[in-house]
Design a protein around this ligand. Structure first.
Ligand SMILES: Nc1ncnc2c1ncn2[C@@H]1O[C@H](COP(=O)(O)OP(=O)(O)OP(=O)(O)O)[C@@H](O)[C@H]1O
Ligand SMILES: [Mg+2]
Length: 254
């Protein structure tokens, strides 16, 4: 059985079908791409999978557990973590605090222990901090631990969002256009990082990205959406040469 199974998923907004009858699956440890022209329904699909929207039809199953109808925080606690197309950080908090929030969510007894000032609190507080700093180091952000998030450079903010998502120890990481607005150098660095976190943490990743070089370079399989429908699915080489996909991207001029 696949780690994540998506069956006949549909989301209608009034008369618009943003996601229509999408069936797909993610296997453990895979790095999968999700591409398609602007407005194809990619972010809406992420919103359905992470519980931001309820599907109009269809089911989402994680490790045998049906996610339909569960709140986003519940789905997050089951192991789905994401970044957003538009960066969402706690801008007036430090880099370290932004990551600690993600880590703290993972520790249900944490608040209780801290209220009682149990020794456990201190050790786990130190442990959490050490883990956060380890993660930040991977993303070359440990030197900025005390910097306010709003004072980071744009590319650093994008990386911090990924660290924060990783801090919850997800089974599946959803990245919505992580390279958006990055220069080629930053994009190349990010490509290497995405590959590294997949290998190092054995995490399953699904990546929405308009930068075709990045998608083709790092993913093993790619799903292509157009007007909410899946129009193709295959290896990067298959997708690159798929007539239907080429047409979709050229707006029918191919
Ligand atoms: N909350 C909403 N209410 C109404 N329509 C919506 C809503 N969210 C998305 N849509 C519409 O659904 C369609 C798919 O949008 P979505 O943001 O999922 O596309 P996308 O593939 O992520 O595009 P992009 O590459 O530009 O980010 C668009 O036509 C969009 O206008
Ligand atoms: Mg989008």
């Amino acid at each position: 059985m696949a780690l994540l199974e998506v069956k006949n998923l549909t989301k209608n907004f009034g008369g618009l079908t943003a996601v229509g009858d999408v069936t797909m699956e993610l296997n453990e440890g895979e790095l999968v791409g999700l591409i398609g022209p602007n407005g194809a329904g990619k972010t809406t699909l992420f919103n359905l999978l992470t519980g931001v929207y309820e599907p109009s039809e269809g089911t989402v199953t994680l490790d045998g557990t049906v996610l339909n109808g569960k709140a986003p925080y519940k789905i997050a606690s089951l192991g789905l973590s994401r970044t957003f197309q538009n960066i969402r950080l706690f801008k007036d908090m430090t880099v370290l605090e932004n990551v600690l929030i993600g880590l703290a969510n993972k520790q249900p007894s944490h608040l209780f222990a801290s209220l009682l000032r149990l020794p456990k609190f201190y050790s786990s507080e130190e442990e959490l901090k050490a883990k956060a700093l380890d993660l930040l180091a991977i993303f070359d952000l440990d030197g900025e631990a005390e910097t306010l998030a709003k004072n980071l450079a744009y590319g650093q903010q994008r990386r911090l969002e990924i660290v924060r998502a990783l801090a919850t120890d997800p089974k599946i990481l959803f990245l919505d256009e992580p390279a958006a607005g990055m220069n080629p150098q930053e994009t190349a660095e990010l490509t290497a990082l995405i590959r590294q976190i997949k290998d190092q943490f054995g995490i399953t990743i699904i990546l929405i990205e308009h930068d075709m070089n990045l998608v083709m370079e790092v993913t093993e399989r790619i799903y292509v959406l157009e007007y909410g429908r899946l129009i193709a699915h295959g290896t990067p080489d298959e997708i690159k040469n798929n007539k239907r996909v080429i047409e979709a991207y050229l707006g029918g001029e191919a």
